[in-house]
Design a binder for this molecule. Sequence first.
Ligand SMILES: Cc1cc2nc3c(=O)[nH]c(=O)nc-3n(C[C@H](O)[C@H](O)[C@H](O)COP(=O)(O)O)c2cc1C
Length: 324
Amino acid sequence: METGFTVEQLRAAAADAVRAPSLHNTQPWRLRLRDGGIEVAVDRERHLPATDPSGWGARIACGAALFNLRLSLAAAGTPATVRLRPYPTEPDIVARLTPDVPRRPTPAELALHAAIPRRFSNRAPFWPDPVPADARWRLGEAARAEQGWLEMVIGVSAVNAFAEIAHSANRVLERDPAYRAEREAWVRRAPAPDGIPAAAGGPLGEPQDLLPSRGFGGRDRAPGRDFEPEPLVAVLGSPGNTTTDQVIAGQALQRVLLTATDAGLAVSMLSQPIEVPGAREALRLSLGRFGTPQMVMRVGYGQPGSPTPRRDVDEVLDVPVGQR
Ligand SMILES: Cc1cc2nc3c(=O)[nH]c(=O)nc-3n(C[C@H](O)[C@H](O)[C@H](O)COP(=O)(O)O)c2cc1C
C-alpha cells in the first residue's frame, strides 16, 4: 500500500502550482517532498523587502500555489489532506499535503483545473459590458468555499471612494525610491523566466484613469482605448490577518481567479490599497466589514491575452537525493 506522494506526483502537481500569481511574478515558493508529504514553503530569497516588508504578498502567492496543488492532485484522482503551518518552529513551511482517499474528480474540480493554464492578469481596458449577477454570485461562492469573503464595490460613488483610497495608497508607495527601484528591477524587456514582461504590464496610466495602474512600463495606448467607465471592483478578505489567514486568503484568491476564468471573465489585481496600512483600514471601514481586506480585483470582459512565463519546475523542487 502506497503511504505517500511520489516524486512523479509532486512534479506533475508542481507544474500547475507554479502557474499561480505572485507579486511582480517573483514566484516566491519552494515545493518539497518530505516523508511522503508535499510541503509548500515561502522562498525568502525571492522576497521583495521594499514592496512586501511583512511577507504578506509571498504568503498570498504561496496560498494560491497551494490551491493549484490541491486542485491538480484532486484532478488526478489523488486528493490531499492539507495541514496549514504544520511545524510551529518552521514558519516558512506554510502547508503539508498528504494523500487522502483516492476518488474520481468532480466536474467542478476538472473545470477549475482546466482554467489554470488559461488564467492571466489582464491589465488592459475591459469591454463596458456589466458582469451579470450570477457570475458575481459564483465569484463570492468561490471565496466563501475557501473561508474568505468577497465584497463587490457597487455604485458610482462607492467606486469613486475606492478610487480615492487606491490613488492615495499609490502616491504613498511611489514616494519610496526603494519601492520604485524594486518594481523596475522586475520589469523584463527581454525574455526571462520571471518578472513582468513589458507586453503584459498593461498600458501606461493616464490622468483620466479612475484606478491607479502599477506602472510596469507598459505602452502608450491608442486614442479612445480608455478603461471601462464603471469597473467592477471586488475586494477579497479573510476573517483575520495572521500569517495562516494570509495563506487561506491566497487559496481563496486563486479559487476566485480560476472561477472567473472558467466564467469567461478577465481579472487584474491592484494591491496598493492593501500594502499601505492606513489605506487598508480605510478600505475595510468603507466596506463596513470585520476581517481584513487581502486583495482587490478589477473584473470584466477582456481582450484575449497570454500567460506570463514561469521558471522551470525543477528550480522550485526540493526532492530527497536519489529520488530526482
Ligand atoms: C499578492 C499579489 C499582489 C499583486 N498586486 C498587483 C498589482 O498591484 N498590480 C498588478 O497589476 N498586478 C498585481 N499582481 C499580479 C501579479 O503581477 C501577477 O500575478 C504576476 O505578474 C504573474 O502574472 P499572471 O497573473 O499573469 O500569471 C499581484 C499578485 C499578487 C499575488
